[in-house]
Design a protein. Structure first.
Length: 323
């Protein structure tokens, strides 16, 4: 009997390139893979579904998409859902790849992602599962997506517009306060529809300039300070679209935490990942401990419990091991 283990990392979502119906391409995610936190699933072939309740819906979707009888799935390592780190996409893709391999089948996770309900807006999670690194994707044709995507499985995950390996000495400090989870499912869909219906197209024009003149050159040249400034600006511009739905440019209490992080000389850029509550600071390995302390101080000063992680970029995709 083959046992298959798939391990993958989280991701940060910096924002979208466009949310306005006035432009030809909609969405266009921008983000980066992370070395941590990690998610690991271990699978053996089976004729029924055996798995933890927390991942049952993902396993059921994978089994259905593959047309196999079942799988025995163990979630060896994981991290919280709906905190802005992309756990849903990672566990969905890890499950389908592991189950397929356990049944001696080879699959393309990108091709199957729409059947799993993944990649409907941003392609960052799929791309970082494949190869890690910094990713900006091409988005979807606006005429097909309008305020709601076509039926599940009838579209393709947007391809990467670019993918870059980030320098090994770059770091991200992640603050995840123990606050309410970020939006997902039907609630998220309704919020995005409302945002898209009202979105100011001129913000997308500003983002296009920011992406081509500042962010992509910073990534290509490995300029940490310029990168931090650019992702901070990208987050604030996205926040102008999201403000009415999340209670401000950042979803409270993210704004207070970001203000605190911005005051640290060890941190060169900040933002909120997806709907939060996770916020991030951009730093370097030689300033990492100072940045970590700044993160803990930010939580303490806000009177919040939560976790502070210091992580490297994840410059490679998921790993698959067979035993």
């Amino acid at each position: 009997m083959t046992t298959v283990t798939v391990e993958t990392g989280a991701r940060l979502h910096f924002g979208f390139q466009n949310l306005s119906l006035a432009h030809e391409r909609l969405y266009g995610g921008v983000g980066v893979g992370l070395a941590e936190p990690r998610l690991t699933v271990r699978v053996e072939p089976a004729t029924t579904i055996e798995c933890p309740q927390s991942c049952r819906s993902y396993v059921e979707q994978a089994v259905d998409a593959l047309g196999v009888d079942g799988a025995d799935v163990a979630l060896v390592e994981g991290y919280d859902r709906h905190v802005g780190l992309g756990s849903g996409t990672q566990i969905a893709l890890a499950s389908v790849v592991a189950i397929a391999s356990a049944h001696d089948r080879s699959v393309d996770p990108r091709a199957l992602a729409p059947q799993l309900g993944r990649g409907g807006r941003s392609g960052v999670g799929v791309a970082t599962f494949e190869s890690g690194g910094f990713v900006a994707d091409v988005g979807h044709p606006t005429e097909r997506f309008t305020t709601a995507p076509p039926g599940q499985g009838s579209w393709a995950v947007p391809k990467p517009l670019c993918r870059w390996t980030l320098p090994d000495d770059w770091r991200f400090v992640l603050l995840t306060p123990e606050e309410s989870k970020g939006r997902s499912g039907d609630e998220e869909d309704q919020s995005i529809r409302t945002i898209v219906e009202r979105a100011d197209g001129s913000i997308a024009d500003d983002i296009a300039t920011l992406l081509t003149r500042r962010l992509l050159p910073a990534v290509a040249e490995g300029d940490l300070a310029a990168f931090g400034a650019a992702v901070s600006r990208l987050g604030r511009l996205n926040g102008a679209w999201f403000a009415d739905e999340q209670g401000g440019v950042y979803r409270p209490p993210a704004g207070r935490l970001i203000d605190q992080l911005d005051s640290s000389p060890a941190i060169v850029g900040t933002g909120q990942s997806s709907w939060g509550p996770t916020v991030y600071g951009v730093t370097s390995a030689d300033r990492a401990e100072t940045a970590r302390a700044a993160g803990q101080d930010a939580l303490d000063d806000a009177g919040l419990d939560g976790s502070v992680r210091l992580v490297a970029p994840g410059n490679s995709g998921a790993t698959v091991r067979e035993e």
